[in-house]
Design a protein around this ligand. Structure first.
Ligand code: SF4
Length: 269
């Protein structure tokens, strides 16, 4: 199996086993990014070497997958997302605002905002300029303010002021992409969706649980391998695992619940 170089780890923070030296193809993943990835130089999304590297990882057995999620469940039976919200609409807004921003940073801004604007109608009252003031501390706030106003108008015009319940409809909203839709469908409506952010992407690839070159590939693989009983919470367990244990630069393998199952060649235990 190809070794991952330290240089590549530092450069991109993406430490999936498939990332071999000299591969120029990078999966388009960043925290909450919703724009489609730039097309890589080779089709269908990765080089032959990268593909070979993914295939080289021994797939988890169904029993191992079950064991991993059983341990996550035992340690944290009801994992919660960390984006603060009051209802499906404020969840949608928070997720849109979280693109390339931390949950903590978004929460800091939205606490005051959601006190005055927890519905699309109320969000339009102060207007875009005032909204910008609330979210000024969040990266890309100008564009995000535009999107929040536009999506609020669209919700009122086309969905009776409610957040729709299908992926296609949510994805049709300004600033919302597949990850946003998956988060909202899972957290607001209890769907068994797998939202793949940078943490889930890293953990799924590094461990070999659900390797893929793009968030979509990882999402579909997770849907395939995760048993139904674990699906409602699976993406939260993986996010939290990536955020607090399987850190991008310095994974805490010594305290990792699944270190015996993990396939990452550079794990430290
Ligand atoms: S053993 Fe290390 S690399 Fe593997 S999942 Fe755990 S923290 Fe991540």
């Amino acid at each position: 199996m190809a070794k991952i170089t330290r240089r590549s780890l530092t450069k991109s923070k993406l430490t999936a086993p498939r990332r071999v030296k000299k591969s120029r193809n990078r999966p388009a993943v960043s925290q909450g990014r919703e724009k489609p990835a730039k097309k890589p130089a080779t089709k269908p999304g990765h080089s032959r070497a990268t593909r070979k590297s993914i295939k080289a990882i021994k797939a988890w057995t169904p029993a191992e997958v079950r064991e991993a999620f059983s341990r996550f469940r035992k340690a944290n039976p009801e994992p919660k997302g960390e984006l603060e919200h009051l209802n499906p609409y404020t969840l949608l807004v928070a997720v849109v605002l979280s693109a390339q921003a931390t949950d903590a940073g978004v929460n800091k801004a939205t606490r005051a905002l959601f006190e005055v604007a927890d519905t699309p109608q109320k969000m339009l009252e102060p207007g875009e300029e005032k909204l910008r003031d609330y979210i000024r501390t969040i990266g890309l706030y100008r564009n995000k303010a535009k999107n929040v106003i536009a999506l609020s108008k669209k919700l009122i015009a086309e969905f009776g002021g409610e957040v729709p319940r299908t992926r296609a409809e949510i994805e049709s909203l300004p600033g919302a992409g597949r990850k946003t839709a998956n988060v909202v469908l899972n957290m607001a409506y209890g769907e068994h969706t797998m939202a793949v952010d940078t943490h889930v992407f890293r953990v799924a690839n590094r461990t070999g649980l659900a390797p893929g070159n793009t968030p979509l590939e990882v999402e579909l693989e997770l849907e395939r391998v995760v048993p139904a009983e674990f699906k409602p919470h699976a993406h939260h367990w993986l996010i939290l695992h990536g955020r607090y244990t399987c850190l991008a630069r310095k994974p805490r393998c010594e305290v990792c619940l699944i270190n015996d199952l993990c396939r990452w060649p550079e794990k430290t235990v």
